[in-house]
Design a protein around this ligand. Structure first.
Ligand code: BES
Ligand code: ZN
Ligand code: ZN
Length: 470
């Protein structure tokens, strides 16, 4: 999608007009009968969601009543999504947006994210392709366009990675795709191979990989601008389980294993966010860590009862091989210590319990991050509508992870599953840290406004907004 700024809107192009007062509508140049129609709708329709069909184009008049600004921006994104559907149905190729800049940008974001399709595996992909190719925003600043272009392309890259099945996206392919992203956006990637991972003794990642026929990878992404504002980097860690069968603790297929190609959504968010940050050339030093493998049963798979020595030397009794995410995240979190990070944020489709607790509508958050940094992250969650719900992180939950024969076990009791998973991870951190469980919002089974269907790329917009405002 081409995104650009224009000086004035064209009378030949489809138009989205954001008006806060009725007087502003004069600018559009409606005929008398059109104006009468708009006037009558303006009084009646509380959402002021008005569509006028002229002979060569559609004009959408939108007005957002004053209330909570985060809710209004989300309404604007959703309006953009609806208009995107309509314009593609009409085979439109472009649209102009004019009006208040925050709303125009949010509408554009909704249009762009809604226009995403994953068509790679269709024989007649070209026939299915959306017609809309350009969004032009009147009076948008160069900075605003760059940021919008960067963050939306980061989200779409993340979605592509998530939507790719295991038959394409093995751990090595994930690393290769992240490498191509780095070349496009200008950040660095180092990929540690199995030999290197073995020499580093990343026991958690290697244990999960034991049942696989494909080697694991550990990708290190880095965006380090010359005049970075932070002395110590922000480290982003993403769960890169390219497929989760559960391993020997096998998952049932229906409504469970069938969408587990999405178990690398945390990795996709990290890669997509760093891609966006590098593209927008944000002045912040950021590192991304992506431990990746599939999780499968096989003759050599790790087994319930196994005791694994982790990268930081702690031992873990494995009681459920389906609790694999924490095994590889733990190694990556311990590895992050070497950067003396200002802050570490990990993103993972870690527990069904997170999805069970709050559904697809938000991200479950926990950790030791407090004060202004936490407030800013929470604020970013509201800004981009990837909202955070802070869960308790009391010591008692950690007690549930004690093993009788090792330092830790990898599952807790029957309750509070997302918190005990977080408590497990805490043992591998020694810095300001927040854990984001994205199991609910990462993958949607039916189309949901601008989030689409399939991989959503949740986390990319959150991290971009947070790092931009940090
Ligand atoms: N990848 C799953 C979590 C998941 C479930 C993500 C549903 C998205 C949707 C994770 O590896 C897992 O299987 N977790 C187990 C942990 C349990 C065995 C302690 C779970 O949530 O059931
Ligand atoms: Zn699992
Ligand atoms: Zn998993």
């Amino acid at each position: 999608m081409n995104i650009r700024s224009i000086k004035d809107f064209s009378d030949k192009q489809h138009l989205i007009f954001v008006a806060s007062t009725k007087a502003q509508l004069k600018e559009i140049g409606f005929s008398k009968s059109e104006m009468d129609y708009v006037n009558s709708k303006w009084e009646k329709d509380s959402n002021n969601n008005i569509a006028v069909n002229q002979y060569n184009r559609w004009i959408f008049v939108l007005s957002f009543k004053k209330s909570d600004s985060a809710l209004l921006l989300e309404a604007a994104r959703k309006a953009g999504s609806k208009i995107n559907d309509k314009l593609n149905a009409e085979k439109a190729t472009g649209v102009n947006i004019v009006g208040d800049s925050d709303f125009s940008l949010a509408i554009a974001e909704g249009v762009i994210l809604s226009n995403y399709q994953f068509l790679k595996y269709f024989k007649d992909a070209d026939k299915k392709e959306n017609s809309l190719k350009e969004v032009a925003i009147v009076g948008a600043s160069k900075k605003a366009i760059t940021e919008l272009e960067s963050v939306t392309s980061g989200v779409l890259k993340a979605r592509d990675l998530i939507n790719e099945p295991l038959s394409y996206l093995t751990a090595e392919q994930l690393a290769a795709d992240v490498k191509s992203m780095s070349k496009e956006a200008g950040f660095k990637v180092e990929v540690l191979n199995k030999k290197k991972i073995e020499s580093l003794k990343m026991g958690g990642l290697l244990a999960v990989n034991k049942g696989s026929i494909d080697p694991p990878t550990f990708s290190i992404l880095e965006w380090k601008p010359e005049k970075a504002k932070n002395k110590h980097p922000i480290v982003l860690v993403g769960k890169g389980v390219v497929y989760d069968t559960g391993g020997l603790s096998l998952k049932p297929t229906k409504n469970s294993m069938d969408f587990m190609k999405s178990d690398m959504s945390g990795a996709a968010a990290v890669a997509g966010a760093i891609y966006a940050i590098a593209k927008a050339k944000l002045n912040v030093h950021v590192i991304g860590l992506i431990p990746a493998t599939d999780n499968r049963p096989s003759g050599n798979a790790y087994a319930p009862g196994d005791v694994i020595k982790m990268y930081n030397g702690l031992t873990v009794e494995v009681l459920n091989t389906d609790a694999e995410g924490r095994m590889l995240l733990a190694d990556a979190l311990a590895y992050a210590q070497k950067y003396k990070p200002e802050l570490v944020i990990d993103l993972a489709t870690l527990t069904g319990a997170a999805a069970a607790a709050i559904g697809e509508y938000g991200i479950v958050a926990m950790g030791n991050l407090e004060g202004v940094k936490w407030q800013k992250l929470e604020q970013s969650g509201n800004n981009v509508y990837e909202r955070l719900v802070r869960f308790p992180f009391w010591d008692e939950y950690g007690d549930l992870m004690k093993s009788k024969i090792a330092d830790l076990k990898n599952i807790g009791g029957p309750y509070a599953g997302s918190i005990t998973a977080g408590k497990f991870l805490e043992n591998f951190t020694d810095y300001p840290w927040i854990h984001l469980d994205i199991a609910g919002p990462a993958f949607l089974h039916s189309k949901t406004s601008y989030k689409g269907q399939g991989g959503t790329g949740v986390g990319v917009r959150l991290l971009f907004d947070f790092i931009k405002n940090n």
